[in-house]
Design a protein around this ligand. Structure first.
Ligand code: IVH
Length: 568
């Protein structure tokens, strides 16, 4: 019996398909995505859900049934000859959390009619899938995945990758290997820096940079970009057999091919542990990953499970929580630090990101604002990497309405109104008024902080109060606070006991070693290390103050810049 499909479902499915195809084209062909991966996954999931509710709506060309995007043929200048893959190159289903992972795991064992099986966990590299064909040990052809059946012939460009050997010794008659071409984080940053200097558009992320670099009609361009590759799969292989992927990867590694790191896991707990381990190390890895891939190792078991139209049943992508979100930049807060540095902080429409609500993102400095080309009111992509405060990584210029306004870096300090100066060759602009309340507050807070004099009760709130009341204008005033006991006790939230504690903490800080005081003063170019050096060489603050610039410079590790700064 065919169930009746409501018209609104038909329309929604059609709309979703059109939308997903549009984003597939932007992502796979133009290397210029307009939405985040998480937003894309949400569209795809909704389509999958509707199609499973109304199976009569499924068509063979639905994005849920197809891989990637059709390669551009003859449409624009950058076209490559088509290559038909002897074995289709598939995509992967996603799972987003541990309960979905558990469901996949149980479904897979059920499909195998087994209690357990050997799994492998690999990093899910964020690049583009390619196939390399070796005939009698010679690298004969390389292609992109394309729509899974037909890809683009990028042999000449792949030859430019140092990691891809032109010849393999002892290789079988036919060897088709598959993997991911990617760009290391460091190479990506260097490439973007160069492009910026040359006034060219920068790449949004390493994946786009890798895809854009490989799909170049001029191989010389590819050669200048540093691309890397990891192999993780096979196509046709003739006259040699392997039991599973671990064995196969071991075999091709011996031939000199670069294989992806892979971990054997005997059960779900081990899979979870491997996933967590990659999540913990994500920022330290030299390449971007957006999750792990979990696979059945044994090829015979893979056969038994089989494939769907676009993805195998024997593997799944276990994605990491999203790090990117789209939001709007409402305002800029110009924060003034203890050295007078004026730092732009983006105030955002609150957005959920990796389990927390994000309201602010750093914009670093004037150059960064220029590099991003960001304006008030812009729709932006924010990303939380290792740091707690996210960065603005991209502006979605297509989302502009015309009402956006230019961001002008202030010429006057937003706190005290004094002149802001950015010396030539420096990226940081500073408020020039040493007495600026923001600078005073910053200096006192820094002086009393953990790594410096470590005075309890001198957090942001209290220091703000002491500065506002005029009790403390410089660090020396801290040590005169015992004369202001009565006034302190009258402050809101303070009583006899808390003032006692505060004065006790101040007293205790008098025993800190000299290097800590030197560090705490926040002299430019004098950090912890130089503070140690100065303390060892002069022994007391009086002899340091008496030292001439020449005497200072005579010390190994003290250059003219440091010496001048200390004298000042
Ligand atoms: S295995 C039959 N292993 O992720 C599918 N894929 O979202 C074989 N990918 O098309 C793929 N790292 O481009 C596999 N270690 C890894 C991978 C990996 C990245 C990519 C690959 C695939 C896509 C699916």
């Amino acid at each position: 019996m065919v169930s009746e499909v409501p018209q609104e479902m038909i329309s929604e499915v059609e709309k979703l398909r059109a939308e997903i195809r549009h984003h597939n084209d932007l992502y796979y062909n133009k290397d210029a995505p307009e939405i985040t991966d998480a937003e894309y996954d949400a569209l795809m999931r909704r389509l999958q859900q509707l199609e499973s509710e109304y199976p009569s709506l499924v068509t063979p060309d639905s994005p849920t049934q197809t891989v990637g995007a059709p390669a551009r043929v003859g449409e624009e200048e950058e076209t490559f000859a088509p290559v038909t893959h002897s074995v289709p190159m598939l995509s992967l289903e996603n799972v987003a959390d541990s309960s979905e992972m558990k469901a996949w795991y149980e479904r897979t064992l059920k499909g195998l009619e087994a209690e357990s099986a050997a799994f492998i966990v690999e990093p899910k590299l964020d690049g583009l899938a390619v196939e390399l064909v070796y005939e009698a040990g010679r690298f004969a052809q390389g292609s992109t995945r394309g729509d899974g059946t037909t890809g683009e012939n990028v042999t000449a460009n792949l030859r430019m990758l140092k990691e891809i050997p032109g010849r393999l010794k002892g290789a079988p008659e036919l060897l088709e290997v598959r993997g991911e071409v990617y760009m290391k984080k460091a190479d990506f940053q260097a490439l973007n820096r160069r492009r910026e200097e040359d006034g060219q558009a920068t790449f949004a992320n390493p994946r786009n940079a890798a895809a854009g670099s490989l799909r170049q009609l001029d191989s010389k361009v590819t050669a200048r970009r540093k691309l890397s590759i990891f192999l993780y799969d096979r196509g046709s292989v003739r006259r040699v057999a392997h039991g599973g992927e671990v064995e196969f990867l071991g075999f091709i590694a011996k031939l000199g091919l670069p294989v992806v790191e892979h971990h054997r896991c005997a059960n779900l707990e081990e899979v979870e542990k491997a996933y967590q381990d990659y999540l913990d190390r994500r920022e330290d890895l030299p390449f971007e990953i957006d999750g792990v891939v979990v696979k059945i190792d044994d090829f015979a078991l893979r056969e038994k499970l089989g494939i769907r139209s676009r993805s195998p049943r024997w593997a799944v992508a276990y994605k990491f929580p999203a790090r990117q979100a789209r939001t709007a930049l409402a305002e800029i807060e110009w924060s003034v630090g203890r050295t007078g540095a004026v730092t732009p902080v983006a105030i955002l429409e609150p957005v959920q990101l990796g389990g927390v609500t994000v309201r602010r993102a750093s914009l670093h400095n004037e150059d960064e604002i220029k590099r991003l080309g960001v304006m008030y009111g812009d729709t932006v992509i924010v990303e939380r990497a290792g740091d707690v405060i996210p960065d603005v990584v991209r502006v979605l210029t297509d989302a502009r309405t015309g009402g956006e306004r230019e961001i002008v870096f202030p010429k006057k300090c937003p706190v005290c109104g004094s002149e802001v100066v950015r010396p030539e060759g420096e990226v940081v602009a500073r408020c020039t008024n040493m007495a600026c309340p923001a600078q005073v507050q910053g200096r006192i807070q820094y002086f009393a902080s953990r790594g410096c004099m470590d005075i309890e009760g001198f957090g942001e709130k209290n220091v703000g109060l002491f500065v506002e009341k005029g009790f403390v204008k410089d660090p020396a005033d801290i040590y005169l606070l015992d004369k202001k006991r009565e006034e302190l006790e009258k402050l809101e939230g303070f009583g006899k006991k808390s003032v006692d504690n505060l004065l006790k903490a101040i007293d205790e800080s008098k025993t800190r070693p000299l290097w800590r005081i030197l560090n705490a003063l926040g002299i430019r170019h004098v950090g912890e290390h130089v503070a140690h050096v100065l303390a060892e060489n002069f022994g007391s603050i009086d002899s340091l103050m008496a030292a001439s610039k020449e005497e200072l410079e005579a010390i190994h590790e003290v250059g003219p810049k440091v010496a001048e700064s200390v004298r000042d």
